[in-house]
Design a protein around this ligand. Sequence first.
Ligand code: DGL
Length: 268
Amino acid sequence: MPNTADPAAPVLLFDSGVGGLSVLAEVRKLLPQAPVIYAADNAGLPYGTKTEAQIAARVCGLLGRMSERFRPRLICIACNTASTIALGMVREVLHVPVVGTVPAIKPAASLTRSGTIGLLGTEATIRQAYVDQLEAEFAQGKRLLRHGAPELVVAAEAKLRGEAVDPAVYNRAVAGLRDQLGGEVIDTVVLACTHFPLVQAELTAAFGPGVIFVDGAQGIARRIAHLTEGQTFTRTAADLALFTRDGPELALLRPALARYGLDRVAVL
Ligand code: DGL
């Protein structure tokens, strides 16, 4: 049963790395009092270059362990790759509400004027049938051009560690879309990986004017607020960032984690 009776029961956000922080930022705006555990499977990062079976096994196993240990009131899979592959499986095995992250194709389709939408995701996400279904359902009559950009995951992680990133990385992501047939008229880009809003300023500069970006974070935050409506929240301790492996990057990430209100760091 979801642990809604305990006001200190956390909302657990899960990603392979720091990407889900882009979702956490929106959750904080709507639910500033919610106790949060932010879990990053840094031992499994990146997910986007793994197989479906590898991703499903990791995500189901880790979320099972974490929900037993932390008794969250709700889990948010703040990762498009994990959600498009494993959301159904996780919902089947856990008796906790699970909110997923799916590529924001629907809002992009209503925003585009040129009729051509770009989608940046991980390699695993862009090949999912889930994305084909969203395209068929919401982007009929539009053109959806997809590009797998694993380098942007690396760039976002480096940025949050405070490291400089070569701008050529962003230019290559832009070229991956623009160089496709019809890519020159893309006016709307779906950021279909939660890491990518963390480098949106850099992507904006690389695309140049005339392109708008869409991601799912606000919609996810609204869904979490809706599902927890009427519940009481009490923060008894500083919010926790939980990693699956210890390493030097944890210390480097501390300042960025603190900016998102995650003042405690631990390893699962
Ligand atoms: N943040 C994740 C997503 O939304 C994926 C990053 C990775 O490749 O691990 O897809």
